[in-house]
Ligand binder design. Structure first.
Ligand SMILES: [Zn+2]
Length: 425
């Protein structure tokens, strides 16, 4: 069941600003028919990718020519976020008329996306309201996580983001075309496992990824201008979205972790990256490298040399290999491990303070090994942030670990598909 009982939080709703995208949602949605026909319908839009400046969640009415597809997304989003509602509830939440809601719901039911779940036990007189919810098994999604340095992970998910099947393929040091071939093999192994039509394939990749799903640069995988999204779409003929892994993770946290719409997710692994949401919209930046804070130097007091050639980058304090090495050294020298972790946390706090100050973020979420991040490191980060920002504006900043664990990129990859194809997140 999709988020049953979750209260509708209007502050989380944001505007659907790109009208063409609103129209695209309708156009790209498959209708009933044999699977091959659906595949053909998908192929037209199979390369749509992320949309710059497009908010994740629609909330308000728009121009008449785009109204139907927009309102359809509005109904779906309301159901997706709240769970179980009657037609009258949806009309109240969205501001749409009862007639419009009934018409759109009829269409969604005929497509199998929405189902009636029975009648509300009502104490009020009159006919009890029929309840509706999104059918989480109407479609399935393939999510791919390429962020691990030794293994590519894949999963088959339902519309609720639940993982139904998992597959992995060892990287064995593959780079370039060989790494791409492993991604395609992983997807090929997941496609036959689907028991509902595929809504699409989402991929979270390390490195800098543009809005067409081309990996502009991912040094660890030896990718430069690798048109991954186009290659996957050409092979599998379903909609494909390839995005940066931290950007995928921030979407997962927003959809499934109940994160605030103004937040930053810091992903600590082999490297350090971040995804940003502002007013519920993902931030990509002028060269698609928003959130690439790993190679920003922290402070002015030097530090260790970094692979990028600079000294004292955030990554040299915080990446998992660097932290593990520092902890091993501390143990040898008899220095408490908590000191090493707190020192890393202080550097993260310094790096984040200006970002929090500039963007007035409400929340920072950490994703990575709990043994390293949760505890002295997180405490030092928040203490540093508090001491370096204005309490009046930033005092209620929340810093926490993700609740989504290691599946965060897989589930975020699914959100990219949900958002692109159904307009829900
Ligand atoms: Zn660096």
């Amino acid at each position: 069941m999709i988020k049953t009982g979750r209260k509708l939080d209007k502050s989380l709703f944001v505007r659907f600003t790109n009208k063409m995208t609103a129209a695209g949602v309708q156009r790209s949605l498959p209708t009933s028919g044999p699977r091959s026909a659906r595949g053909a319908a998908f192929a037209e839009n199979s390369n749509q990718g992320f949309n710059s400046g497009r908010a994740l969640r629609p909330s308000a009415k728009i121009l008449p020519e785009y109204a139907r597809s927009h309102n359809r997304s509005l109904v779906l989003q309301t159901l997706y976020q709240v769970g179980v509602l009657s037609r009258a509830d949806i009309a109240r939440s969205t501001g749409l008329t009862r007639v419009t809601v009934s018409d759109l719901v009829a269409e969604l039911i005929s497509e199998g996306l929405v189902v009636e779940t029975g009648q509300r036990e009502d104490v009020r007189p009159g006919k009890p309201a029929t309840l509706l919810q999104i059918n989480p098994s109407a479609f399935q999604i393939i999510g791919i996580d390429l962020s691990d340095s030794s293994v590519f992970k894949g999963a088959l998910l339902d519309l609720d983001g639940a993982i139904l099947e998992r597959r992995e393929v060892a990287l064995d040091g593959s780079t370039g075309g060989k790494a791409t071939a492993k991604v395609l093999d992983l997807i090929a192994g997941l496609v036959p496992l689907a028991t509902s039509p595929l809504l699409g394939i989402g991929v979270g990749s390390p490195g800098v990824v543009d809005l067409a799903g081309t990996v502009l640069s991912a040094p660890n995988l030896g990718w430069k201008n690798e048109d991954l999204q186009a290659q996957i779409a050409a092979r599998f003929h379903v909609p494909v979205v390839v995005g940066n892994d931290a950007n995928a993770a921030v979407l997962a946290e927003h959809s499934f972790g109940r994160a605030h719409g103004d937040m930053m997710l810091v992903k600590v692994g082999h490297g350090v990256g971040a995804g940003l949401l502002l007013d519920g919209s993902p931030l990509f930046g002028s060269r698609f490298a928003a959130g690439e804070i790993g190679h920003v130097m922290v402070g002015t007091q030097g530090g260790l040399p970094c692979v990028c050639g600079k000294v004292g980058c955030l990554e040299t304090w915080l990446s998992v290999p660097r932290l593990d090495a520092a902890l091993a050294e501390a143990r040898k020298a008899g220095v408490p491990e908590t000191e090493v972790l707190a020192e890393a946390g202080r550097h993260l706090g310094i790096a984040l303070a200006a970002i929090v100050g500039a963007l007035n973020l409400a929340e920072i979420v950490l994703s990575g090994p709990t043994r390293l991040l949760d505890g002295p490191l997180a405490e030092a980060t928040i203490d540093t942030l508090r001491s370096r920002t204005m309490a009046e504006f930033h005092g209620d900043l929340n810093l926490r670990m993700t609740t989504l664990g290691e599946d965060i990129v897989l589930r975020g990859a699914a959100v990219m598909v949900l958002s692109g194809q159904l307009g829900v997140s």
